[in-house]
Design a binder for this molecule. Structure first.
Ligand code: PA5
Length: 434
């Protein structure tokens, strides 16, 4: 993974970054020494180096069992208990996964909305498919996944019988607390533990992410290897000058202080749609508090060049852009010859689609820089488990360092409670009447 930011230096000269390097270094030390706010949630820092071989084997075995008995596996969860797995799976799988036959089951998702139509349609699908369920909730009490799980549990029990359903449901939850833990114990579901010191949005490298990713047929060992090697690279370099997480964090912080309050994460790779969603959740919940924080937004190009593109180029100047770039596509689609050339595309004939996509990216970045949008690039050579592991750890570290520079606790989310209180009161949940 490479970080490059020469196209942001017109907004923040390198000398200004160097002059503030100490800010990033101090925040980084707070993170790795676990001395800052929320330090009981810093388990993710050492996680990639510490996941036990037995846990990996247990996850792989469970995934193989679920895959063996299911055409579909439904992952029930929301926020950090959902987005990391989906980000990795969607980046790696066939773009039209439900339409193609693959050995691994199709992973579908529930519990991230309360759309009745969505649940109804999901049940329609599950009526006709063999399926299993992975239910994920650290607190074990989040309404959206709990509601979806109640419905899926009963559907599964009706379809397979109570005893057989118990072999089709796996819980990923807290070691001892919460309604899901109690339910899993009562029903005897196989259960994986989310470590106490890892919060939801930093949990993709725990069973929260690893189990669904393994079920989808991808190598969790390579994912962990990428994260581990990124961790080692960062740990070896504890100075701003050679630590990419510190560099990205400081750059973001300085741009924010210059009035650029929105970071637009973009990619010319549609498979990264959910990686961008994961980034938005990680940074939004970690930084956005105490009336501070960069607003994390996302766009997929070329699609959004024909919607948000106008705003990015000429709208209110409050943006900087981070482009997630992939150097090489895995597949090739030749551009066919056409003697008539009515569409005027013959001039592209000897180029690959991937090359054209990269040139579009270059042209777009040049235009955005001309329009006053600082541009940062995060580049990986190709999409695979290893580089996704690197990216995950890199963004997690950047996020923690960014939060500490902003002087907020990057590991809590007190603001999420506000909507829940109102919803519970409006629903008449016992205890919330007043
Ligand atoms: O990052 C977080 O902590 C949150 O987004 C949680 O993951 C989300 O609220 C779901 O919580 P839980 O796993 O307790 O159901």
């Amino acid at each position: 993974m490479k970080l490059s930011y020469e196209d942001a230096l017109f907004a923040i000269p390198q000398s200004e970054l160097d002059a503030h390097a100490q800010l990033a270094e101090a925040a980084y030390q707070e993170t790795i020494k676990k001395s800052g706010r929320g330090n009981d949630f810093l388990g993710w820092v050492d996680l990639p180096a510490e996941v036990a071989e037995q846990e990996i084997v247990d996850i792989e075995n469970c995934a193989a069992q679920l895959a063996g008995q299911s055409q579909v596996v439904v992952v029930v969860g929301i926020g950090g208990s959902y987005l990391g797995a989906r980000a990795v799976i969607e980046a790696l799988q066939h773009c039209f996964r439900p339409m193609v036959n693959e050995k691994a089951p199709t992973v579908l998702y529930a519990g991230n909305s309360m759309s009745e139509d969505y649940l109804h349609d999901l049940l329609d699908v599950l009526d006709a498919k063999d399926y299993s369920v992975i239910v994920i909730s650290k607190s074990g009490t989040t309404t959206e996944p709990a509601l979806a799980f109640r419905i899926l549990k009963q559907h599964c029990e009706k379809k397979y019988g109570v005893e057989a359903a118990r072999k089709r449901i796996v819980a990923v939850t807290d070691r001892q607390r919460g309604a899901l833990k109690t339910l899993a114990t009562q029903e005897g579901y196989p259960t994986f533990v989310i470590p106490d010191d890892v919060g939801g949005r930093y949990s993709v490298l725990t069973p929260v992410g690893l189990l669904p990713i393994a079920v989808a047929g991808f190598s969790i060992r390579d994912l962990l290897k990428g994260a581990k090697e990124m961790r080692e690279q960062l740990m070896r370099n504890d100075k701003f000058a050679n630590n990419v997480a510190m560099q990205y964090a400081l750059l973001r912080y300085m741009l924010y202080n210059k009035g650029l309050k929105v970071e637009l994460m973009t990619s010319f790779e549609p498979k990264f749609f959910y990686l961008v969603e994961w980034f938005k959740q990680l940074f939004g919940e970690s930084e956005g508090k105490e009336q501070k924080g960069i607003f994390p937004a996302g766009a997929i190009f070329s699609t959004d060049l024909h919607s948000l593109g106008q705003y990015i180029q000429e709208g209110t100047r409050q943006l900087f852009e981070t482009v997630l770039t992939v150097e090489h596509a895995h597949k090739n689609v030749p551009i066919p010859a056409d003697e008539k050339n009515t569409d005027g595309l013959n001039y592209l004939q000897h180029r690959s689609i991937d090359e054209i996509n990269h040139i579009a990216q270059k042209g777009t970045c040049m235009a955005h820089v001309d329009g006053g949008v600082p541009n940062v690039k995060v580049t990986i050579p190709e999409i695979n488990e290893y580089y996704l592991g690197e990216l995950i750890y890199f963004f997690e570290m950047t996020c923690a360092v960014s939060g500490y520079m902003l002087k907020v606790n990057p590991f809590d989310q007190p603001g999420v409670e506000a909507y829940k209180r109102n919803m519970f009161k409006l629903l008449g949940k016992p205890g919330y009447e007043k």
